[in-house]
Ligand binder design. Structure first.
Ligand code: T6T
Length: 320
């Protein structure tokens, strides 16, 4: 167990006595902080719900923090302050493969066990466990779904967030590999970056429609990109004419699916990612074996299966 200050020890004691549960072995309560990629966003809120439920089950004190934008310059100070508070473990979704290496190296050097949830950094030495969707496979599945929607031919556009975000980069890679290998009549117009901003994603699609009025399909690589792209298609009166596949399944995306704005969603399991993250953190703190890489499932959600109970169960939530 890591060294803690007297003030912190008093706080932890209060938390433990406050009925949040105590360490199964009757010792000091394990303290874990989850640093989200973006606070308040349904993917990360669902992840926090899974982490909270698991923390409660295991008697772990869990704190959740996150930046107001998916931005390493905003996430870095949060990581630095978490490091200063010296939890036993940190679950983190790094917002950039390079920029987050330095603050996480510092946390690691302080002895904090780091578990990467969703995104990763380029330094393999950071992250005792990495838990995420197989995003390359997810991107390839999105390409297959979009190809099916457009009859295997026509122009397609990809909207991502920013280069350097491991998950969306992997989705784009999987998408492009699949199109290149198996869909010769699809013309890939390239990737444009929305900076994870709904309005920017919308502007990108509007400009693309002006330049290529015969655009056949859009792959939006995450939640905000899909929300913005979908509203642009709606405003342009292109529903049904331009087909769309989006990654993620928050309430707005599910509504777009039901409204015919988007034809397929790739739903991840953020709740499972959070829960597994806490499990790995506890194992690491206890000096038990951790699993270096844990892939979690993704499901293609369409109008046909969206109301099935097992699909309803995996849709993201705004809170728990
Ligand atoms: O797609 C998720 C997440 O996997 C990705 O890393 C960033 O964007 C989301 O949070 C959704 O907006």
């Amino acid at each position: 167990m890591r060294k803690i200050t007297a003030a912190l020890a008093a706080m932890i004691l209060i938390t433990a006595c406050g009925g949040q549960g105590s360490d199964a072995g009757g010792g000091e309560q394990t303290r874990v902080t989850l640093v989200q990629g973006l606070a308040g966003e349904e993917f990360y809120e669902t992840m926090a719900c899974g982490a909270k439920a698991k923390a409660q089950e295991l008697g772990v004190a869990l704190d959740v923090q996150g930046p107001q934008k998916f931005d390493p310059t905003l996430q870095t100070p949060i990581v630095n302050s978490v490091t200063a508070s010296a939890p036993d473990a940190m679950l983190i979704a790094p917002t950039d493969v390079k920029a987050m290496i330095a603050p996480l190296t510092q946390a690691k050097q302080q002895g904090i066990k780091i578990i990467l949830v969703d995104t990763v950094v380029e330094d393999d030495g950071i992250g005792l466990s990495r838990i995420s969707t197989d995003n390359v496979k997810g991107g390839a599945a999105a390409a297959q779904a979009l190809s099916e929607q457009i009859g295997g031919k026509g122009k397609v556009l990809v909207i991502s967030t920013d280069p350097g975000v491991s998950t969306v980069d992997a989705r784009v890679k999987g998408f492009e590999q699949e199109i290149k290998a198996n869909h010769p009549d699809i013309a890939h117009l390239g990737v444009q970056y929305s900076h994870n901003d709904v309005g920017e994603a919308s502007r990108i699609v509007n400009a693309a429609l002006a330049k290529d009025p015969d655009l056949a399909g859009v792959f939006a690589a995450n939640l905000n990109s899909a929300t913005g792209a979908g509203s642009a298609l709606r405003q342009a009166g292109k529903l049904g004419e331009v087909r769309m596949v989006g990654f993620d399944a928050g309430p707005a995306q599910v509504k777009q699916l039901k409204d015919g704005v988007v034809q397929a969603l790739v739903a991840q399991l953020p709740g499972d990612i959070g829960a597994k993250g806490v499990e790995q953190a506890v194992a690491a703190v206890k000096g038990q074996q951790v699993t270096a890489s844990i892939p979690t499932d993704a499901t293609i959600v369409t109008e046909e299966n969206v109301d099935e109970p097992e699909v309803q169960r995996i849709l993201y939530k705004a809170g728990c």
